[in-house]
Write a protein that binds this ligand. Structure first.
Ligand code: FPP
Length: 256
């Protein structure tokens, strides 16, 4: 097959299937604004956002993405009104109840990173069941960041490294960037622990405590689309933008 054959051209969005980013991370923003625009309660935006997760999981998997990381709930999101937090906490239950058969059909494995033990029991149960049900899937990893915060993650990693030093299992001089990476929640995603591209929807251009260590060399793509309106074509546009970037990783010429 020539490289031209491997290009798909859908509504003029061209994606080179030979260079699809292995790890795409998304800050799913704009659910509230999507709902507000329609004079709906904010939670209607989260519900629609959950449906978008289904569409984009399938689209990313079909395009050959290896890891799709979605920022579903941050360690700071507990500050939201209790009713909204409760609603978001029920979404994984509803999502996995209806979508696990599709995930298995598409060979998608579920992973969750974050302080899961602090989630309501029902949410923990749904998440752990989905991880168990999809554990033999060998295709894309759908990685939810749930009760995740990068500063907390790095703090936990530093504590763990400090303990290894205290126990005499590690010398301070032996601590390298790899030691830090190995102690982060993304370690199990290796060799794809660092996103190739980080997307934020809804026009905001902030990292909001998401994967601060791991995005050191990620391409950042900001789109205006609110998350509930994000489609398979928006994903292709993001990939197209990524493919137009030259990645140098601090060097002088493209290395990917
Ligand atoms: C940010 O939009 C969105 C969230 C904090 C929640 C994201 C959750 C989902 C999309 C559903 C996740 C689904 C599963 C299966 C876990 P916002 O509310 O901050 O939007 P706004 O900035 O417009 O107010």
């Amino acid at each position: 097959m020539s490289s031209t054959d491997k290009k798909v051209d859908n509504q003029n969005i061209e994606v080179d299937l030979d260079h699809v980013p292995s790890h795409i991370a998304i800050i799913m923003d704009g659910n509230g604004r999507w709902a507000q625009k329609r004079h709906l309660p904010r939670v209607a935006g989260h519900k629609q956002g959950m449906n978008t997760v289904k569409t984009i999981t399938k689209a990313a998997s079909d395009l050959g993405v290896k890891v799709l990381t979605l920022y579903a709930f941050s360690t700071e999101n507990w500050k939201r009104p209790k009713a909204e937090v409760n609603y978001i906490m029920k979404l994984p239950v509803s999502f996995f109840n209806t979508f696990v058969p599709d995930l298995i059909k598409n060979n998608v494995r579920v992973n969750v990173m974050g302080y899961i033990e602090e989630l309501p029991e029902g949410t923990q149960k749904a998440v752990n069941q989905a991880i168990e049900d999809t554990k033999d899937c060998t295709g894309m990893v759908l990685n939810f960041a749930l009760n995740y915060g990068s500063q907390a993650e790095i703090t936990t990693a530093v504590k763990s490294i400090a303990n290894q030093v205290k126990m005499g299992n590690l010398e301070p001089e032996e601590v390298t960037p790899d030691t830090i990476s190995e102690n982060l929640m993304t370690h199990s995603l290796a060799p794809f622990e660092n996103p190739d591209v980080l997307v934020r929807t809804s026009g905001e251009e902030r990292l909001s405590n998401f994967l601060l260590w791991q995005v050191a060399y990620s391409e950042l793509v900001f789109v205006q689309t609110h998350w509930p309106d994000f489609t398979a074509d928006t994903l292709k546009e993001v990939i197209h933008t990524f493919q137009g970037r030259q990645r140098r990783f601090g060097g002088l010429k493209e290395t990917n």
